[in-house]
Design a protein around this ligand. Structure first.
Ligand SMILES: O=C(O)CCC(=O)c1ccccc1C(=O)O
Ligand SMILES: [Mg+2]
Length: 334
C-alpha cells in the first residue's frame, strides 16, 4: 500500500518527540508522550503506549507511515460529532471537565478504575447525568475491568442513569457474549473496544455476535485503510475513538470517521480528547466546537514542539523504539 515507504533515516529526520501533560490523570497517564512527523501528506503521529510490545507498536507505526506518506481515503462529511470524555475523577470535577467539551450532548465516563469502587462509579455517573440533563446520551467505559457478575451488578446500579452503551465491560469475547442478553434486559448495549484493537483477530467479536457496536481506533488497527476494511467487514455500527493522541493523531481518526458511510457511524466519536491535554503540537488544536470537530490536518507548530520537547533520555528511548518497530514492519505492505 505504501508506494514509497520512507527510509528509517528519513523517518528519524522528520520526527519530533513530545511529552504533553494531561489536565486530569487518564488511565494512569499524567504525561502523554508521542512522536509527530512532518510528512508529504501532512503531519502524522506514532504514539503507542510505553508498555506496548514492539510487535504491537509496529502496527501503530504502520498507521503513522500510511497517514503521512499515502493519500487518505475520500471523505463523506467535513465535520464529525464527538463525545465528551470524563476520566475516573471525583464527581466534583465533572462540571469543570464537561465545560471543556462545548456543545457535546453525548458523554463517555470511565468506570471500573483499579482502586475505586462501584459507589465511586455511581457517584460519577450520577454527577454526569445531572450536568448533562435528561436528553443527553451517556456511555460508560469499563476497559474490561469487570467479571460478568460484577458487570451485572454495576449495570443494575447504573440503569437509573440510562446508559446508551457500556464499552468493554469485561475482558474477553466469551464474557461479552454471556453478558449481552443481560445488558439488553437492562436497557443498554455493549460496545467492544479492546476486543477489537488488542485482539489477534479484530473481527472475532463481531463474528461471535458478542457486541452491538465496535469502537475503532486508527493507530492500533494499522491505519485508516485497515481500520476501514475491518469496519466494513464487521458490518456493525462503529464509534471512532482516540488513544489520547495529540491533534495530529486525532486528525487520523477524523479521516477514518469521515470516510465511513452514515449507516456505519453509530454516533458521536471519542475524538474530543485533546481537551484532556494541557498542550498540543499545533496552534490549530482539534478541540470540540458545537459538539463537533472539523475534518482537517493541523500543521505542526515549531514553538509548541520546542515547548513540549521530551527530555533527552525519552527522546532517545522513542527513537530507538521507532527503529525497532521499523524493522518489525512487514517486508511488503499491502
Ligand atoms: O473514547 C473516548 O471518549 C476517548 C478515548 C478513550 O477513552 C481512550 C483513550 C486512550 C486509551 C484508551 C481509551 C479507551 O477508549 O479505552
Ligand atoms: Mg475504551
Amino acid at each position: 500500500m505504501h508506494r514509497a515507504r520512507p527510509s528509517l533515516a528519513a523517518l528519524l529526520d522528520a520526527a519530533h518527540v513530545v511529552a504533553i501533560p494531561t489536565r486530569t490523570r487518564f488511565r494512569g497517564i499524567s504525561v502523554r508522550e508521542a512522536v509527530v512527523f512532518e510528512a508529504p501528506q501532512g503531519a502524522t503521529e506514532f504514539s503507542p503506549f510505553p508498555e506496548y510490545t514492539d510487535a504491537e507498536a509496529a502496527t501503530w507505526l504502520r498507521a503513522a507511515i500510511e497517514f503521512g506518506w499515502d493519500a487518505a481515503p475520500g471523505v463523506v462529511r467535513d465535520r464529525v460529532p464527538v463525545n465528551a470524555t470524563v476520566p475516573a475523577t471525583d464527581p466534583d470535577r465533572v462540571p469543570e471537565i464537561l465545560a471543556r467539551f462545548p456543545g457535546c450532548d453525548t458523554v463517555k465516563v470511565k468506570v471500573a478504575e483499579r482502586g475505586q469502587s462501584l459507589a465511586d462509579d455511581v457517584a460519577r455517573v450520577s454527577a454526569v447525568r445531572a450536568a448533562l440533563g435528561p436528553s443527553g446520551r451517556l456511555r460508560i467505559d469499563a476497559n474490561g475491568g469487570w467479571s460478568v457478575a460484577e458487570a451485572r451488578t454495576a449495570l443494575d446500579a447504573l440503569a437509573p442513569y440510562r446508559l446508551d452503551y457500556v464499552e468493554q465491560p469485561c475482558a474477553t469475547v466469551a464474557e461479552l457474549a454471556e453478558l449481552l442478553p443481560d445488558a439488553h434486559a437492562r436497557g443498554t448495549r455493549i460496545a467492544a473496544d479492546e476486543s477489537v484493537r488488542k485482539a489477534s483477530d479484530p473481527l472475532a467479536v463481531a463474528r461471535a455476535g458478542a457486541a452491538d457496536l465496535l469502537v475503532v481506533k486508527a493507530q492500533p488497527l494499522g491505519g485508516v485503510r485497515r481500520a476501514r476494511d475491518i469496519v466494513v467487514e464487521a458490518g456493525l455500527p462503529v464509534i471512532v475513538s482516540s488513544a489520547l493522541d495529540t491533534s495530529v493523531g486525532i486528525s487520523m481518526g477524523l479521516h477514518l470517521a469521515a470516510s465511513l458511510p452514515d449507516e456505519l457511524l453509530a454516533g458521536a466519536c471519542g475524538l474530543g480528547t485533546v481537551a484532556l491535554l494541557d498542550g498540543d503540537v499545533t496552534a490549530e488544536s482539534l478541540l470540540p466546537d458545537a459538539g463537533t470537530l472539523p475534518v482537517r490536518r493541523p500543521p505542526l507548530d515549531p514553538d509548541r514542539l520546542a515547548d513540549f520537547a521530551a527530555p533527552p533520555e525519552r527522546d532517545t528511548w522513542w527513537r530507538e523504539r521507532l527503529a525497532r518497530c521499523y524493522t518489525a514492519l512487514p517486508a511488503s505492505d499491502s
